[in-house]
Design a protein around this ligand. Sequence first.
Ligand SMILES: NC(=O)c1ccc[n+]([C@@H]2O[C@H](COP(=O)([O-])OP(=O)(O)OC[C@H]3O[C@@H](n4cnc5c(N)ncnc54)[C@H](OP(=O)(O)O)[C@@H]3O)[C@@H](O)[C@H]2O)c1
Length: 309
Amino acid sequence: MSGSWSPAQIPDQDGRTVLVTGTTRGGLGHHTALELARRGARVVLAGRGQGKLDETVATIREEVPDAQLEQLVVDLSSLDSVRSAAGRASAIGAIDVLVNNVGVMAPPYHRTLDGFESQMATNHFGPFLFTGLLLPQLVDSGDARIVTVSSMAHRMARTAPVEDPRSSQGRYRRWPAYGQTKLANLLFTFEADRRLAAAGLPVKALAAHPGLAGTHLAANGQFGRSRGGVATILDAGVKAVSQSAAAGAWPSLMAATADLPGSTYCGPGGIRETRGRPQLVGCSSLARDVEQQRRLWEISEEAVGLRWP
Ligand SMILES: NC(=O)c1ccc[n+]([C@@H]2O[C@H](COP(=O)([O-])OP(=O)(O)OC[C@H]3O[C@@H](n4cnc5c(N)ncnc54)[C@H](OP(=O)(O)O)[C@@H]3O)[C@@H](O)[C@H]2O)c1
C-alpha cells in the first residue's frame, strides 16, 4: 500500500516564504527547496557552508531559472551560531514554513562547545533554539507551520532524552543516540503544537520522515564526508538500496503544504514505510507520551536559555 499524495498536489506557493535547513546538494533539504521553488515560493536555504549553499542554489537554478532563493549560513550544532543566524534572519520578514531538516546520523562521540553530545546538539537543541527565535516571524505569517524531519529510527529509542544534556555519564552508543534525537524531533513537534495552540498563535507543528532515501546521511555520519574512498562506496551503496532523495523529500513537502492539522506525521506509504508516496503514519507510544514531551521541552528551554512560545 502506498499513499496517494504527490508533489503535483502542491498548491501555488507564490507569495510564500519557506526556510529549509540542511540544503546540501543531493540531500532531502535540497529536494524540498527545489520543489517549493518550482511552485513559486521564496526559499531561504540554510546551511553551515557558504560553498555548499552556492552549489545548491546553482543546481536549483538549472531547473528553475527564476527561482527566488536566499541563503543563510548557520551551524545548527552551535547555540552561538544559531543566535547569530536568527538575528540575520530577521531581515527575511514573515516566514510561512520552517522545515527543520538538518540532521547528522551516528557520528563518533563528540561534545560541542555548549557541552552537548553532537547529535542532540545538531538534531534537537540547535533546531529548538532556532525555531524559538524565528517564532515571531512565523507568527507574522498569520498561518505558519513548522515541519521537523524525524525518522523511523525514533522507534529504536527505549527512553526519551530527558537526562541532563550536559552530563557525560554513561557510554555513548551512536545508534541509540541517533534514535533518541529522532524521538526528540517527534516529542518536540507534539509539544510545540500543543503549546502554540494553547497560546493562541497561528502556527502549527508537523513532522515527516523520508523512509530510506539515497542521501549523504550515512557517509556523512560515519566519515564526516560523502566523497573519497570508503565514503564514496558507502554513499553509493545507500543509494542502491534506497528510494531517491527526491522521493524522500515528498513527506516533508506533504507536511509543508497539504491541508493537515497540527501534530500530523507524514511518511512513505509503501513497504514498511521505507518508500513510496506519502501518507499519514503512526509513531511509537513513547513519542506520544505527554509527560516525556513536557520534560524534554523544559530541559530544552533550560539548555538553550530560551523560553517559548
Ligand atoms: N536519508 C534517509 O534515509 C533518512 C532517513 C530518516 C531520516 N532522515 C533525516 O532526514 C534529514 C535530512 O538528512 P539527509 O538524509 O538529507 O542527509 P544529508 O544529505 O546528510 O543532509 C543533512 C543536511 O544537514 C546538514 N547539517 C549537518 N550538520 C549540520 C550543522 N551542524 N549545521 C548545519 N547543517 C548541518 C548537512 O550539511 P553538510 O553537508 O554541511 O554536512 C546537510 O545539508 C535528517 O534530519 C535525517 O535525520 C533521513
